[in-house]
Ligand binder design. Structure first.
Ligand SMILES: *Cc1c(COP(=O)(O)O)cnc(C)c1O
Length: 388
């Protein structure tokens, strides 16, 4: 029997649900059909990639969707499609995955790292206002952890200053803001299907947008500079092969039918945990942003205010069978980004988050709501130092 860091028996010894969840019959059937067809690529006449792109566009409330290899490339293609590149600045939040900024670098533009709201940790409209310059061309709100960024204030700001809005929806399949699906609220929105995300094919990405001209440029950026419907060896613009395969799309298209049920499951777990945490001193869930009408719960972020060493907390929770994640370092502290020209504004809220916020990953949130008691019990045990 392994003793937990504080001594005694770990709170949790049974495994948490695996991610991804087991394949369902519809996925097996469609993957087998694509395998047998031999139409594995995206340009051989298969229709699953196109169906997936159309389904995401529909769910996002916009006309167009373009599937791509991953969301990093999707954000890059969205920026290209909106004409953003050299000499332009793109404002990104300080508390996000590094790809939000590296996609801007890939487009040849400058990431400007702005602080997040100290309470909900999403891009702060005030920080965006403070970071504006004559070169600002776009804002990239991130729908962090599956809850929506402050899209109304950010869209208002963008409209007032003539800026494009690219939504990083990599973590937010199924999220809504004031009852409107994210991804379709800005000029373009980008989803990820990388292994850790709420829908996955191992890798993958998808861009949605409402404007026909933007769609044509995004499509072209992902399809070696071809024009939609144009000649195979006609390349009126510069583009790349950023395409998703039919095999990946075959894993993803049937997933859309169970996505809402999985979101409900994670929400039930989170609701149970938030109730249980009321009894644990110094730990609370990071509040959902104003305007959240559906949180897809890619992660549950917890703010730890109790006086406990962070490294100890993470090690002790793992020893209790409840592994937590340390989360993001602030983007502005990454020397590799600033070495390539990224500019960081003061980001005290993101720095505070890096010191105090821990994450519960989505696989754990897929367990039955009863299991939330294990998380609360382990936190209480580690924080109070109580022996069980
Ligand atoms: C995962 C992620 C990305 C990058 O997605 P990939 O598909 O891995 O390229 C970008 N932004 C955020 C916020 C992410 O979580």
């Amino acid at each position: 029997m392994t003793l937990a860091v504080h001594g005694g028996i770990p709170v949790r010894s049974t495994p948490w649900p695996a991610w991804p969840p087991p394949l369902d019959p519809a996925q097996r059937e469609l993957v087998a059909k694509v395998l047998d067809s031999g139409l594995w690529g995206a340009t051989q006449g298969g229709s699953v990639v196109a169906d997936l792109a159309a389904a995401f566009a529909r769910r996002s409330g916009v006309r167009y969707g373009v599937a791509c290899g991953n969301a990093t490339l999707g954000l890059f293609a969205a920026l290209r499609g909106l004409g953003i590149g050299r000499g332009d600045e793109v404002i990104v939040p300080a508390y996000t995955f590094v790809a939000s900024a590296t996609a801007v670098l890939l487009a040849g533009a400058t990431p400007v790292i702005a602080d997040v709201d100290p309470a909900d940790l999403h891009l702060s409209p005030q920080a965006v206002r403070d970071a504006l310059t004559a070169r600002t061309a776009a804002i990239m709100p991130v729908h962090l952890a599956g809850s929506p960024a402050a899209m109304d204030p950010l869209n208002d700001l963008a409209a007032r200053h003539g800026l494009a809005v690219v939504e990083d929806a990599a973590q937010a399949h199924g999220t809504t803001y004031r009852d409107r699906p994210v991804g379709g609220l800005g000029d373009a929105g980008v989803y990820s299907f990388q292994s850790s995300k709420a829908m996955t094919a191992g890798e993958g990405g998808l861009i949605v947008c409402r404007d026909e001209a933007v769609h044509e440029r995004v499509w072209s950026a992902c399809n070696v500079g071809r024009a939609p419907g144009g000649a195979w060896y006609g390349h009126p613009s510069v583009g790349w092969n950023l395409r998703l395969t039919e095999l990946q799309a075959a894993l993803l298209l049937p997933w859309l039918d169970r996505l809402d049920g999985e979101i409900d499951r994670r929400n039930a777990f989170c609701a149970a945990l938030e109730r249980d945490l009321a009894a644990v001193p110094g730990v609370r869930a990071v509040p959902r942003p104003e305007g959240t009408t559906r949180d897809s719960r890619h992660l549950l972020m917890l703010r730890v205010e109790a006086d406990v060493d962070r490294e100890f907390l993470l090690a002790a929770m793992a020893a209790e069978g409840v592994p937590l994640d340390a989360g993001y370092p602030p983007l502005g502290t990454m020397a590799a980004l600033t070495a390539e020209g990224a500019r960081a504004e003061p980001c005290p809220a993101a720095e505070e988050a890096a010191r105090t916020v821990v994450w519960i990953r989505q696989a754990m949130l897929m367990d039955a709501p009863d299991a939330a008691a294990d998380v609360a019990e382990a936190l209480a045990k580690v924080i109070t130092g109580a022996r069980v």
